[in-house]
Design a protein around this ligand. Structure first.
Ligand SMILES: N[C@@H](CCC[C@H](N)C(=O)O)C(=O)O
Length: 266
């Protein structure tokens, strides 16, 4: 099987075209690090009746997620570079709806990708604890807030990321009964109104180096709480995601999408 390895700020994916019989089993076979190719998830390229192309994201543990922010930037670059979609602005169908990436092309190459991520939701049907959500609620002994940005996210504001036990607290919050679908967990240290630092523990993938839907959802939460402006640089471990929040609630994420290698599985 032909595979392409890509990453968005260190959040890495194996991109596969063509029919896959058991995507969950394939993710569990290919994603383990050291033992296989190694990745946070699979991105499957499929035809779409509603958009230019369809993206499926399968987490490393075999579960299927509704959306993936870093993944959709990689995916957009992939389908553009291969002529599967011959447009710099395209529509990609995901399980959470249609997202709209725009490729930023410089000197004939894709320098970055800006994605219209839609409107992050704080609605009662999307996040389980709306009444307290805007100001935070208690989970696993810490204050948190939730947002749906394609996938469910929980944000914990911390004074110091260096003093935060991401690997200890992350999996406990991910599986807390408060979140029937599970949740991604983002620990955020706010530096000023337009700069934040974050570390993420992902549902179905564990600790990752970056999370696009997480950065977008957290910027939207910070803005909603009055703690941040409408443009925020979210610093993840391997770089920066720039998030812009429009008056109508839409969120735009801009960041890199890079190739690692291509190859054939044995
Ligand atoms: N890393 C992604 C999110 C991938 C899905 C997530 N693990 C989930 O199950 O919700 C991103 O960049 O958004």
């Amino acid at each position: 099987m032909h595979i392409t390895k890509m990453h968005g700020l260190g959040n890495d994916f194996i991109v596969i075209e063509g029919r896959v019989d058991d995507a969950s089993a394939l993710a569990r076979a290919l994603c383990p690090r050291r033992l296989a190719v190694g990745a946070d998830g699979l991105l499957l390229v499929e035809p779409s009746k509603r958009a230019d192309v369809r993206m499926r994201i399968i987490n490393a543990d075999g579960s299927e997620a509704e959306m993936c922010g870093n993944g959709v930037r990689c995916f957009a670059r992939y389908v553009y570079d291969r002529g599967i979609v011959k447009k710099e602005e395209m529509e990609i169908e995901t399980l959470s709806g249609v997202v709209r990436p725009r490729l930023i092309v410089e000197n004939g190459g894709v320098a970055a990708v800006r994605v219209d991520m839609g409107v992050p939701s704080f609605a009662a049907e999307d996040v389980p604890v709306l009444a307290e959500n805007a100001l935070g609620f208690e989970v696993c002994g810490v204050r948190a807030a939730s947002v749906l940005c394609g996938v469910p996210h929980t944000m914990v504001l911390v004074d110091s990321l260096a003093d935060t036990d991401v690997d200890g607290l992350g999996p406990r919050i991910e599986k807390d009964p408060l979140f029937p679908r599970g949740t991604n967990v983002n620990f955020v240290e706010l530096a000023d109104r337009s700069t934040a630092y974050m570390r993420t523990w992902e549902r179905g993938a564990g600790r990752t180096l970056a999370c696009g839907t997480g950065a977008t959802g957290c910027a939207a939460l910070l803005h909603k709480k009055g703690l941040a402006d409408s443009a925020v640089d979210m610093h993840v471990q391997a770089g920066v995601l720039h998030i812009e929040l429009a008056e109508d609630g839409r969120a735009f994420m801009t960041g890199a999408a890079a190739y690692v290698f291509e190859g054939e599985t044995l």
